[in-house]
Design a protein around this ligand. Structure first.
Ligand code: NI
Ligand code: MN
Length: 227
């Protein structure tokens, strides 16, 4: 069975598996490159990696409209419940949970996580999906860390890595991340949304494919990657 992985720009993906829609970090309103409108996005689950506005994004509006279950860390889940979101599932770093569509484990990420109103958002995280026998690592916002080697030991089919620099890994460290993870496929994200994170993804793809055996898919917002 093929997984349809739609990129909506920045760190936002809609992963479709067997009729279930998983939406990650839905920063749509305010993203100049978003190919979709927040009031038209469908979701059964919304995954929030950390509290920053370019990741929490339209979570509240989409969750209220669709009734989607929001998955995040415990601190963000508490905040969501205080905003009136009833369907919120807390996890935390290192913990996995078996959902009807597959398993999700939260990984570490080196970053911040304050919510827009200043509430403490706990530690930021990345996502490790186990869906239909495939493993997808969505690093979300992070700097390079050596424990990516441990994540790679799981046998990653697709790694989704930030390359924008300034707030997250830049191209050099993202290349080192590929060498630690050794995924089969890589998709670069978290670049070009704002001037401060402008990058050349094709130049990065060339470096990765020259120095590693990973295959890079440079996507445009709105593109679909099939795994
Ligand atoms: Ni962030
Ligand atoms: Mn970000």
């Amino acid at each position: 069975m093929t997984l349809k992985i739609n990129w909506y720009g920045h760190a936002c993906f809609l992963i479709e598996t067997d009729g279930t829609k998983l939406l990650t970090d839905p920063f749509i309103t305010g993203n100049p490159l978003s190919p979709v409108q927040a009031d038209a996005v469908e979701a059964d689950y919304i995954l929030v990696s950390h509290g920053h506005g370019d990741h929490l994004g339209d979570t509240l509006d989409i969750a209220r409209r669709t009734g989607a279950t929001v998955i995040s860390n415990f601190e963000i889940q508490n905040w969501l419940v205080n905003q009136g979101i009833q369907n919120a599932h807390p996890q935390h770093i290192g913990g996995g949970f078996d959902y009807p569509w597959g398993r999700l484990k939260l990984t570490i990420a080196h970053h911040g996580s304050a919510l827009p109103d200043g509430t403490y958002g706990g530690n930021p995280c990345g996502f490790l999906f186990y869906i239909q026998g495939k493993k997808i690592y969505h690093a979300c916002d992070t700097g390079l860390f050596f424990d990516m080697k441990l994540i790679g030991e799981e046998g990653i089919d697709l790694a989704i890595l930030p390359i924008g620099d300034n707030f997250t890994m830049g191209p050099d460290d993202a290349l080192r991340a590929v060498k630690l993870i050794e995924p089969e496929h890589v998709v670069p994200i978290h670049y070009d949304t704002f001037d401060i994170i402008k990058q050349d993804p094709n130049a990065w793809a060339h470096r990765v494919e020259t120095e590693t055996s990973a295959k890079v898919a440079v996507m445009k917002p709105g593109d679909v990657f099939e795994l």
